[in-house]
Design a protein. Structure first.
Length: 254
């Protein structure tokens, strides 16, 4: 139990180590600025869209209503307005940011693995052809993950039909799955580059479930916080490379 607790804590603070690692390397930090800029533009655009759409919807629906009950409803709508907009923006922003920035995150992970002493797969063919092939691979891999996420959340959402216990069961299972999937998401940049099947990647995470879970909790929490998620993804890509190197090293020594 003490070892599990220590491993969980190490996983939990891994993004902080990754941030320090990134800030101490100007070239990697410069590479991280590209997806970071894209994320901030995307987040701002989605926030503006959410504000415009929901504000128009509320005004059109409630402006012509009279009476104290409608006035009360308007006040409640204004209170709940921003949490609702941020929730919608989160569910749109995070998948799109991961997809659009996939090549940058893959390069950050690759550079981290190299600095951690891992042997990298060799590029084949001319540079530009290899670059185009890698970009295509990362975007396709991320697209497959997004489809899988949608199917999984859809299946978990069906738990709500269970009387009495359905909603709490959905909440607990979806949060736990998000933690596990977050660890898989950011480790898979390194695994996909090596053409690993998903089963092998999950097996690697299982070699230290407490460490993987700790990182998944930290990553999942960062992705759920608006604005922080836009800033955190490049750092989590570096942390995923560090976690892959640690787990890969452990699996070879056991």
């Amino acid at each position: 139990m003490p070892n599990n607790s220590r491993s969980f804590f190490h996983g939990l603070i891994l993004p902080l180590r990754a941030l320090r690692h990134l800030l101490s390397r100007p070239k990697m930090l410069l590479l991280a600025l590209a997806p970071l800029t894209i994320n901030l533009i995307l987040f701002s655009a989605l926030l503006y869209w959410g504000f415009s759409e929901f504000a128009g919807l509320i005004d059109g629906w409630l402006s012509a209503r009279q009476g104290w009950q409608w006035q009360t409803l308007i006040v409640l709508a204004k209170i709940l307005f921003w949490p609702l907009v941020l929730l919608v923006v989160f569910f749109i922003f995070t998948p799109v940011a991961l997809l659009v920035g996939a090549p940058f995150y893959d390069w950050l992970s690759e550079k981290t693995e190299e600095e951690m002493g891992l042997a990298l797969p060799q590029d084949e063919g001319p540079f530009l052809l290899s670059l185009a092939r890698e970009i295509k691979r990362t975007v396709m891999a991320e697209s497959q993950k997004l489809v899988f996420i949608g199917i999984t959340y859809g299946a978990l959402f069906a738990l709500n039909i269970i009387p009495l216990f359905g909603s709490p069961l959905f909440l607990v299972s979806s949060v736990y799955w998000t933690w596990r999937w977050s660890a898989f998401e950011f480790v898979s940049y390194a695994a996909d580059r090596r053409r690993w099947p998903w089963k092998k990647t999950w097996s690697l995470l299982k070699t230290s479930p407490a460490l993987s879970l700790g990182f998944g909790v930290a990553a999942g929490a960062a992705l759920y916080i608006p604005l922080l998620n836009a800033l955190a993804v490049p750092v989590l890509a570096v942390a995923g490379g560090m976690l892959f190197a640690q787990l890969n090293s452990r699996s070879k020594t056991t």
